[in-house]
Design a binder for this molecule. Structure first.
Ligand SMILES: C[S@@+](CC[C@H](N)C(=O)[O-])C[C@H]1O[C@@H](n2cnc3c(N)ncnc32)[C@H](O)[C@@H]1O
Length: 238
């Protein structure tokens, strides 16, 4: 299916004017996503318009933060089928992007996507956030960490904040009903060296889905106690 009107129309409302080659990349991505999804479980969203809106355009709502306009180093933790990392990379070629997921089948899919879309400066790696967050090649090496639909914010903060450099940002993509989850996470965020900078609401035009972006600034190094070993953050959240 090659109807690009959803991407173009809603894109404009989000201040994104897609170039022709970017639209082509999204079409190839969508076809491969649907094809692979018949063999391995990548996403429950299978309809073209929904993929456009709930995966591609939703990922791109991050662009309005203005934090992705320069050559920053980004890691997408629990990227799954590549969201939000791959759409960001399609539009912002200068980003230095790592896609991390604990399910190897999804990483194999993402390697194919990177290859077929001809993307450079992006790597898909297999592993758990708790392990990579302790690895000195990754720990406190990123300007920005992004994550969508992976875990409640207190657990997610332990997965993500150890990757962020001091003065960098962790952006959690969350639903609209976030107040209680955010309040329950403030202590974890503080322990891990973060401070909530902004809670921003984002409306996806036409379908009126409302999301929030929780932007957390890293103000102190994370104690070497964190992240705790794999499974611990989820079993015993901060
Ligand atoms: C519900 S999916 C969301 C995928 C994608 N971010 C999206 O929004 O469509 C959650 C993903 O996080 C990954 N994941 C969960 N816990 C993880 C961990 N501790 N480290 C790395 N990946 C993890 C899962 O394998 C899964 O692919």
């Amino acid at each position: 299916m090659t109807d690009v009107s959803t991407m173009v129309d809603i894109g404009k409302q989000l201040n994104i004017n897609f170039k022709e080659d970017e639209i082509k990349k999204f079409l190839v991505y969508k076809e491969l996503l649907k094809e692979w999804n018949q063999r391995i479980n990548i996403t429950s969203i299978k309809n073209d318009r929904e993929i456009d809106i709930k995966h591609f355009l939703d990922s791109l709502t991050l662009l309005n933060t203005g934090l992705f306009d320069t050559k920053v180093k980004v890691i997408d933790v629990g990227t799954g089928g590549g969201f939000p990392g791959v759409p960001l990379k399609i539009i912002k070629e200068q980003l230095d992007m790592i896609l991390l997921d604990s399910l190897n089948k999804r990483i194999i899919f993402l390697k194919e996507i990177i290859d077929k879309l001809g993307l450079g400066g992006i790597e898909a790696i297999h592993g758990r956030a708790e392990e990579f967050g302790r690895n000195e090649l990754y720990r406190e090496k990123f300007d920005i960490v992004v994550s969508r639909a992976v875990a409640p914010l207190n657990i997610l903060s332990e997965y993500c904040l150890p990757f962020v450099k001091k003065s960098g940002y962790f952006i959690a993509m969350k639903g609209s009903n976030i107040d209680e989850e955010l309040n329950n996470s403030l202590n974890a965020i503080k322990i891990l060296g973060g401070r909530v900078k902004e809670k921003r609401f984002v409306v996806l035009p036409e379908i009126d889905i409302c999301h929030s972006l929780i932007i957390i600034e890293k103000i102190k190094d994370t104690s070497t106690k964190y992240p705790r070993p794999a499974g611990k953050p989820k079993k015993n959240p901060l």
